[in-house]
Design a binder for this molecule. Structure first.
Ligand SMILES: Nc1ncnc2c1ncn2[C@@H]1O[C@H](COP(=O)(O)OP(=O)(O)OP(=O)(O)O)[C@@H](O)[C@H]1O
Ligand SMILES: [Mg+2]
Length: 508
């Protein structure tokens, strides 16, 4: 009997509640052990975030305590560091079973599993708040001392009280020490303020002593989330033109495959995130990243992150390749890959060629380099697979009027990749550095493909292209930049374009 634990159960779609008093949802945080139940509490007139963990009776609690004490002596942290999550789980499992034998404790397997959860949580995880840290929807976690509930900020339901309470000052103090240790810092009575970040990028602030704050140690954790730049903000920065956005919007809607390239810090990820606004609202999106950077304003989105550092050192090693293979099983409508680097490209391009459109980024600063990098190790794709690519967007870091900026230097269509690996390309849009303007140079070959595949005439496509270009421009002119606002307009456009075109004066 081996134990398995899933710290990344899938994220459910949650919708904003019109009526908070009707909210009653439950989802998994650490499967199969910890769930959260979010509901309206009539007695206190507020929403409650209730963490549900396995229940232990007094005898079982004693066993857990005994195991924890013995384990503390036994566990060799160094053995565990730089290990995978699964190895750590197995290590704790093995050690615990050994101790149970040694101490001659008789525990049925079902009870053992519950006890094991707490051993995992406290040794590998972050104790009481570990499930909260695993909750994708939580933005902030706040503890104001002992005997007072921990509060959280939830992406969908905002502020909530939790049922997590630290009851013992010494325990809370040692927890703050643990936070310090995990962020590579040190707190003491002489040095009681902690300002650091956890391995996953979350920010921590904490106080250590009783006299700084009356209720004992406190902490707040601001989980890593990034508010993305919207398409209109990119127009405002003159990163690209409304026409380029309109073109990319059409490409995305008609399931084309887009690769964003550029040098370090050229704005690839930022553009990727802005383009994600154009994915039709009902589509099922899966995103895969090494570190959490993307933030899509949609409900039907399954974010997955490889290599999150949970617990001691670098654990939880699941690479992009595994994640991607796994996500194609869930039959996504769109796949987003934060950055393509190695063997995962094969899975991605195979997915693309079998009708799963994708948007991803690749580090390379010219088209030639992109085409070459895709076909040489470690990526090593065949020319046929590279052919599934429709468009390459080349981002560049530019200095315009003595200021550092980012520009979408060109949009290049891959017309055909020969057996010898050379590519025939078409470049409909380019940026002209001298005047800092964008040109629409040539007819789009991808539009021809879309026209043939979806039975649209070129005139229809051109009209859509014009409408959307103007819509983007008008939204920018009217100063509409907000994340939720822009997403709503785009979603509404997908439902009924005429209403939006009239509303924003594209047509009268
Ligand atoms: N369009 C833009 N205009 C101005 N600044 C930008 C723009 N896009 C991104 N930046 C800035 O450039 C930095 C890097 O952006 P981003 O992470 O998108 O680049 P990247 O190419 O994905 O980088 P990396 O090579 O690290 O993957 C960010 O700090 C961001 O603020
Ligand atoms: Mg990036």
């Amino acid at each position: 009997m081996t134990i398995s634990i899933n710290i990344r159960p899938s994220v459910p779609p949650l919708s904003k509640a019109e009526d908070r008093t009707k909210v009653d949802v439950r989802y998994s945080l650490i499967a199969p052990y910890a769930n959260v139940h979010i509901y309206w509490d009539d007695d206190t007139g507020e929403m409650i975030y209730e963490l549900e963990e396995p229940l232990l009776n007094d005898d079982q609690k004693k066993i857990l305590k005994k195991l924890e004490e013995s384990m503390l002596e036994l566990i060799n942290i160094n053995v565990a560091v730089d290990n995978t999550m699964q190895n750590l789980v197995e290590y704790i499992d093995r050690t615990a079973r050994l101790l149970i034998d040694e101490l001659n404790l008789k525990i049925p397997e079902s009870i053992y599993e519950r006890i094991f959860y707490f051993l995992y949580r406290d040794f590998i995880g972050m104790n009481e708040i570990d499930p909260l840290l695993k909750d994708y929807f939580i933005e902030d976690i706040e503890c104001n001392g002992v005997d007072t509930p921990v509060y959280i900020v939830h992406r969908v339901y905002r502020n909530m009280r939790t049922n997590v309470v630290f009851k013992d000052v010494d325990y809370l103090a040692s927890f703050v020490e643990k936070l310090a240790q995990r962020s590579g810092k040190y707190v003491s009575y002489a040095n009681p303020l902690l300002d650091g970040s956890l391995p996953d990028g979350s920010r921590i602030n904490a106080t250590y002593t009783k006299d700084v704050t009356s209720r004992g140690p406190t902490f707040t954790i601001r989980k890593f989330t990034r508010v993305p730049w919207t398409p209109t903000q990119l127009i405002a920065l003159n990163t690209l033109s409304p026409e380029m956005l309109s073109y990319l919007w059409l490409l995305i809607e008609y399931k084309s495959n887009i690769l964003i390239t550029g040098g370090t810090s050229s704005g690839k990820t930022t553009l990727l995130n802005a383009l994600a606004f154009f994915i039709p609202p009902e589509a099922r999106v899966i995103s895969i990243e090494d570190t959490r950077e993307l933030n899509l304003p949609r409900e039907n989105w399954l974010p997955a992150v490889s290599r999150t550092s949970v617990g001691m050192g670098k654990v939880g090693e699941v690479d992009l390749f595994d994640l991607l293979k796994n996500s194609f099983r869930q039959n996504p409508d769109y796949v987003i890959v934060g950055e393509v680097r190695g063997k995962e490209a094969y899975v991605l391009f195979q997915g693309m060629s079998s009708g799963h459109p994708s948007i991803s980024t690749l580090h390379a600063d010219s088209i030639d380099t992109v085409i070459r990098r895709l076909q040489t190790p470690p990526i090593n794709l065949s020319p046929t697979l590279v052919n599934s690519l429709d468009c390459i967007a080349v981002m560049t870091h530019a200095i315009v009027k003595n200021k550092h900026t980012r520009r979408l230097r060109e949009l290049v269509e891959v017309v055909n990749v020969d057996k010898d690996g050379s590519a025939l390309i078409n470049t409909p849009f380019v940026w002209e550095p001298g005047r800092d303007v964008f040109y629409f140079k040539k007819q789009s070959k991808v539009f021809e493909k879309i026209s043939a595949r979806y039975g649209l005439t070129m005139e229809e496509l051109q009209r859509e292209f014009l409408h959307r270009s103007r819509l983007m421009y008008n939204l920018f002119k009217q100063g509409i930049f907000g994340f939720a606002e822009i997403q709503k307009i785009i979603n509404d456009y997908h439902k009924d374009s005429d209403v939006i075109l009239k509303k924003f004066k594209v047509v009268s």
